[in-house]
Ligand binder design. Structure first.
Ligand SMILES: Nc1nc2c(ncn2[C@@H]2O[C@H](COP(=O)(O)OP(=O)(O)O)[C@@H](O)[C@H]2O)c(=O)[nH]1
Ligand SMILES: [Mg+2]
Length: 146
């Protein structure tokens, strides 16, 4: 079995935890008042690959965890909230993942409520983590990238 480390990044409330709970069978999340204070983790086997999904916490003071979680990653998924538009924080996260030098994709989330057209220059899937739209295409994209 080949193992792959996939890190899900994005600002607070973008839908990282929701996406990971859709992607993995056994997602665990440590949260307090609805905010991920620690991290998400889950895995799922696809053919001969075992994908491990790690979610980063949204709060600024846990920024250091983003770096730790991003050690030795095989691929990144940046979750963007279409109802909020692109913010400075989204741009910072995109720059950060680009600097890691690994393949990454963008998931434009909450398209059940919002709309966002932007050319991220990498594979982009639009959908809804809450409703499961686009989640299969995220998996296909990750498998193709890793
Ligand atoms: N309308 C809508 N809400 C969503 C979607 N995905 C997540 N949410 C909601 O957005 C909020 C934040 O989601 P969460 O996964 O905790 O975000 P995180 O902070 O990035 O981990 C929760 O209330 C979710 O139910 C979606 O596709 N559509
Ligand atoms: Mg979360």
């Amino acid at each position: 079995m080949e193992r792959r480390k996939v890190v899900v990044l994005g600002k607070y409330d973008a839908g990282k935890s929701t996406l990971i709970s859709r992607l993995a069978d056994n997602a665990k999340n440590v949260e307090y008042d609805g905010i991920t204070v620690s991290m998400d983790i889950g895995y799922k086997v696809f053919g001969n690959k075992k994908l491990y999904f790690f979610g980063t916490p949204g709060q600024e003071r846990f920024k250091f965890l983003r770096k730790i979680l991003s050690e030795g990653l095989d691929c990144g998924i940046v979750v963007v909230d279409s109802t909020r538009g692109l913010t400075r924080e989204d741009m910072e996260i995109l720059e950060q993942v680009k600097a890691m030098g690994v393949p990454y994709m963008v998931f434009v989330n909450k398209t059940d409520k919002g709309e966002l057209d932007y050319d991220f220059g990498v594979a982009t899937v639009k959908g809804s983590a809450l409703h499961g739209d686009g989640v299969n295409r995220v998996v296909e994209t990750v498998l193709a990238m890793t």
